[in-house]
Design a protein around this ligand. Structure first.
Ligand code: PMP
Length: 309
């Protein structure tokens, strides 16, 4: 892969990017048996480089592993420290961080030997706006996918597991093929689920709705951040089933995730959302979100962990 930073943390050691390789017979390649995280670190004016919601992300890594009965041979504290070290030793000011735990070269066959431990690696590198700077300002044109999100009793969407991203790839490939910037999936009951890599908020008459955790979503940490910030701004938040047409009739829609941050949705299936572009409530939430990193929003929630102390 293109080298994006100098070092990668691999099972406890920082090694050169190019040496961080796995065998072609690795279980995770054949069967999708990995769990991972996406985390961002921002360069803040007061505390320098800070990881955003570090512990919540790595806790979710351990939660995802627990669902799949995977044993990560490190503690949460060790992975938190390793995340910080990976940013620091690469001298990064801001970063996208990708911890992943996976089954390596453990022998052929689906069955994982009892007590098998995972490999763990952490990469960190500079990465700009996932859906583009332009989308952050003017919104993304989204399309509803013909692919449904995974049903609850098929594969758990609450785990951030490698295999789940085949679903996300189908959703985003179809969207791009149809000329959309991002795809949104319905759940198996036909309600809005989530984007290929983002949770969805729909705003009408000043009320903000988001899909409940039962709608086959990854319960995003940015989703939780947006809920917290919007409540702090005085908005009512409803977690409720959202039918497809509610997107067509919305005043504003936003999608959010660690990579996508807080991005307005300007149209759905070619139907303009509200006045198009970025709506005022979306702007308010976006300003408060980015304010955490540019110093204009007080971090009342202790979400920032400084990297260079
Ligand atoms: N849903 C999916 C499918 C995702 O991949 C992501 C990105 N991790 C999200 C939602 C948003 O989660 P988070 O805010 O924790 O990054």
């Amino acid at each position: 892969a293109k080298q994006l930073a100098e070092l990668i943390w691999f099972n406890g050691k920082l090694i050169p990017w190019k040496e961080a390789t796995v065998h072609v017979m690795s279980h995770a390649i054949h069967y999708g048996s990995s769990v991972f995280e996406g985390i961002r670190a921002y360069n803040t004016p007061d505390q320098g480089t800070c990881v955003f919601r570090l512990n919540e992300h790595n806790q979710r890594l351990f939660d995802s592993a627990k669902i799949y009965r995977m044993t990560i041979p490190f503690t949460l504290d060790e992975i938190n420290q390793a995340t910080i070290d990976t940013i620091a030793k690469n001298n990064l000011k801001s970063a996208y961080i990708r911890p992943i735990a996976f089954y390596g070269d453990i022998g052929m066959g689906l069955q994982v030997p009892f007590g098998q431990e995972t490999e763990v690696t952490i990469a960190a590198f500079e990465w700009g706006a996932y859906l583009g700077e332009e989308a952050l300002k003017n919104g993304v044109n989204a399309g509803i996918s013909s692919w449904n999100r995974l049903a609850a009793n098929t594969m758990p969407t609450g785990a951030k597991a490698g295999g789940n991203y085949l679903s996300s790839q189908l959703i985003s490939m179809e969207a791009r093929r149809h000329g959309y910037g991002e795809g949104i999936a319905l759940d198996r009951n036909g309600y809005i689920s989530e984007g290929a890599g983002e949770n969805i908020f729909v705003i009408r008459n000043g009320v903000i709705s988001t899909t409940p955790k039962t709608a086959a979503i990854l319960p995003g940490i940015t989703r939780d951040t947006v809920i917290t910030l919007a409540k702090d701004l005085g908005y009512e938040i409803r977690e409720e089933n959202i039918p497809r047409e509610a997107m067509y009739l919305a005043d504003e829609i936003l999608m959010c995730g660690t990579a996508a941050e807080v991005t307005p949705v300007s149209s759905v299936d070619g139907i303009t959302v509200g006045k198009g572009g970025r709506g005022p409530i979306t702007k308010e939430i976006q300003d408060m979100f980015f304010g955490l990193f540019n110093g204009t929003t007080e971090d009342k929630w202790n979400w920032l962990t400084p990297v260079y102390k």
